[in-house]
Every structure is written in structure tokens, then in C-alpha cells.
Write a protein that binds this ligand. Structure first.
Ligand SMILES: [Zn+2]
Length: 134
């Protein structure tokens, strides 16, 4: 399947990135503690498919728990544009915020396949019983 280079940004525009996404790659939503708070809607790629176009210094980092994953956000506007890290058994990844992709139409975003994960119960391979709030 063909990968397309997409661009994304935070609300104020300070943070900008490019990501190579397969057209029909699944996106993910999860009910873990941070994904549910942020309503993070992610598209995960290998790190070499992601390019931060702006200055790392404009990101404020956030980590919690086992510190496998970074949840950086724009230091100006607070938008979470991606998460990144390395999870044992899964490998290194960047999960870009689908909501922050600038060149997908609302129709395209709405048609993206979504895979739900029950992260709250550490059951990442299955969807939670309730997903409508995610
Ligand atoms: Zn910003």
C-alpha cells in the first residue's frame, strides 16, 4: 500500500511535523489514563516515518508511570501533537495525533478505520466495553 506524506501542526503553529502514513492504515483510540484524558486519536508509525520540522525546544515533555512513552506538547498552546517512545514487545514508535493532521479533510478523517484498545485494563489487544466517549 502506498504511503502518503502528511503534514501536521499544533494549534498555534509553532510545532510542525511530517509523517508518512499508509492510506488505509488503522488509527487507534484507547481508554488508558492519559489517552482518555487527552482523547488521543493516534496513527502509529515507526520513528523513521516521522519528521519533526520545528524546534525540539518548543516542546514540553511529559512522562509518567514506567516512562516508556513521552507525551510532548507545545509549550505555547498546549496541544499534544504526538506521543513517542519504545514499548517492550512493540518497539519504537511515534503516534501522531490524527486531529492535528492538516491536510486530511473531515470526510477523510471520519472514514479512517479506528481500532480501540482497552489500555485501562492492560488488555491492549481488545476493545473496551464502552468506546463512545473516547
Ligand atoms: Zn502551539
Amino acid at each position: 500500500m502506498a504511503a502518503h506524506t502528511r503534514t501536521g501542526s499544533c494549534h498555534c503553529g509553532r510545532i510542525r511535523f511530517e509523517v508518512d502514513l499508509d492510506a488505509d492504515a488503522p488509527t487507534g483510540k484507547c481508554n488508558c489514563s492519559i489517552c482518555s484524558k487527552l482523547r488521543h486519536w493516534g496513527a502509529a508509525v515507526k520513528p523513521d516515518a516521522f519528521r519533526l520540522l520545528s524546534d525540539e525546544a518548543d516542546l514540553t515533555d511529559y512522562q509518567f508511570g514506567a516512562h516508556h512513552v513521552h507525551w510532548p506538547f507545545c509549550r505555547i498552546c498546549g496541544t499534544h501533537v504526538f506521543s513517542r517512545g519504545e514499548i517492550p514487545g512493540f518497539g519504537a514508535f511515534v503516534s501522531v495525533s490524527v486531529a492535528c493532521l492538516d491536510d486530511l479533510t473531515p470526510e477523510h478523517k471520519a472514514a479512517l478505520p479506528v481500532r480501540f484498545a482497552n489500555g485501562r485494563d492492560d488488555d491492549w489487544g481488545h476493545p473496551p466495553a464502552v468506546t463512545g466517549h473516547l
